[in-house]
Design a protein around this ligand. Structure first.
Ligand SMILES: Nc1nc2c(c(=O)[nH]1)N[C@H]1C(S)=C(S)[C@@H](COP(=O)(O)O)O[C@H]1N2
Ligand SMILES: [Mo]
Length: 433
């Protein structure tokens, strides 16, 4: 057995025994019981769990992917009013594609003074509004931009207003970009996805609220599209036009940038706390998050190896490495929500500046008490933690990966970068003597 192999075998065995010991400690009552998300974890993890990011992201803390010169959200208020980027002045045109016309009974245009305004959208919302939790992730960026509860009117409600008859195969849409065709950011969906929610997904929406508040200009105010299962580029901000078309394929802006525009969100894991600078032979606390794509999440796993040691060339995805299971944290209890007493720990709260700290009523996937019906939730985030056994001083590489609900280990089943990132993350850390 080579040194590296022996190390790994021993470390794997040590991990297994260590987890057993942690389990025994729990039985003896030394777990961090105050925190529901951490209820079954060894006490050594408490300090890093306290520093974990909030579950939902406040609007202002989202990562921003906004194109335009100037960026539309940065226009002065007077200009925003003039071009319809305020709730009072917003207008939405819903038209047939002149080049590939769909047969519509009605169109909504500024010229005819029939374009939809914000009040009309809210009026439709009184009857049709939906809410769902979704992580916003850019197809081109490795880590999510933010996690939120998105609210709006199903896009199909707007499509049906036009009384479509035939030759409607695709719904295209774009937002305000300084009236400059070169700056336009557009996306599209097959009409079937707009009219029907495959596999119990929430509907595609014309969204005006995030985390219970009006969308901010940065997040796409007054109205953006949000597509539950897709990467961020399908969720066009500052929405101004919906174009109903008989074109049978996508013409998304991202398609012209070599992206796979038919690839829904993938499942993957990444670290948040890495024990860099830990003391030799002391247990190593690790935390992270998983993005739960359409294929769900069954496990998060971690693996530590000495830095610089290679791995079998015929196993590029480390499928035979000695991975050990991390613990997927339970959802926040929502302490403080609807009159319940606030839990003592920050992790009892949902975060994201939700009004009253509660998940909005009738959010898809949540019960009447505002708790998730299933966990982990698809299209959302889940946090995880692990306590690894201490190591001798040295340099190490920590890797983490997900196993999806179908048993497929990351980066499968769709490992291609331009279909959405899901490489197995590798972070270096040092243990000091
Ligand atoms: N009008 C418009 N909408 C847009 C974009 C844009 O540049 N212009 N960027 C898109 C991309 S590529 C992503 S990843 C998401 C990011 O959403 P966020 O900025 O709210 O985090 O917005 C999408 N919507
Ligand atoms: Mo993006």
């Amino acid at each position: 057995m080579s040194d590296a192999k022996r190390f790994l075998a021993e470390h794997n065995d040590l991990s297994r025994r260590f987890f057993l010991r942690a389990g025994a400690a729990l039985a003896a009552g030394s777990a961090v019981a105050a925190d529901a998300r951490a209820a079954e974890l060894p006490a050594e993890l408490a300090p890093v769990l306290e520093k974990l990011e909030s579950y939902f992201t406040p609007q202002g803390k989202f990562g921003d992917v906004s194109r335009g010169k100037p960026i539309p959200h940065a226009l002065p208020l007077e200009k925003k009013k003039e071009v319809g980027l305020t709730r009072e002045t917003w207008k939405l045109e819903i038209v047939s594609d002149p080049e590939n016309p769909a047969a519509l009974g009605k169109q909504f245009t500024k010229k005819d003074n029939t374009a939809l305004d914000f009040d009309a959208l809210l009026k439709l919302g009184e009857k049709h509004a939906v809410r769902f939790a979704k992580v916003m992730t850019c197809l081109n960026i490795g880590c999510p931009l933010g996690m939120g509860v998105w609210e709006g009117v199903p896009l199909r409600t707007l499509v049906w207003l036009t009384q479509p008859k035939e030759n409607l195969r695709r719904v295209h849409y774009y937002g305000y970009h300084n009236d400059d065709p070169k700056q336009q950011f557009r996306s599209s969906l097959p009409v079937g996805r707009v009219l029907e929610d495959y596999d119990d997904l929430p509907p595609v929406i014309a969204c005006y609220k995030l985390n219970g508040e009006w969308l901010t200009p940065e997040r796409g105010a007054p109205v953006r599209i949000v597509v539950p299962e897709h990467y961020g580029y399908k969720s066009v901000k500052w929405l101004t036009h919906i174009v109903l078309s008989n074109l049978y394929h996508a013409n998304d802006t991202y398609g012209t940038q070599n992206n796979d525009v038919d690839s829904p969100m993938k499942t993957f894991a990444a670290t948040l706390h890495v024990p860099n600078g830990a003391k030799a032979d002391a247990p190593l606390p690790v935390t992270g998050y998983a993005q739960v794509g359409i294929s769900g999440l069954s496990k998060v796993q971690v693996w530590v190896s000495p830095a610089g040691k290679g791995w079998a060339a015929d196993d590029p995805h480390f499928t035979t490495a000695p991975w050990t299971d991390a613990t997927i944290l339970q959802p926040p209890t929502g302490g403080g929500a609807r009159g319940e007493p606030a839990g003592g720990s920050p992790h009892s709260k949902w975060g994201g500046d939700l009004p009253d700290g509660a998940v909005p009523k009738d959010t898809a996937g949540f019960d009447a008490a505002g708790r998730p019906k299933a966990w982990p939730m698809r299209l959302a985030k889940a946090h995880w933690a692990a306590l690894l056994p201490g190591l001798p001083a040295g340099e190490y590489t920590l890797r983490c990966r997900t196993i999806d609900a179908k048993g497929q280990a990351q980066p499968m089943p769709r490992p291609f970068k331009k279909s959405g990132r899901c490489d197995i993350e590798a972070v270096k850390f040092t243990v000091v003597g």
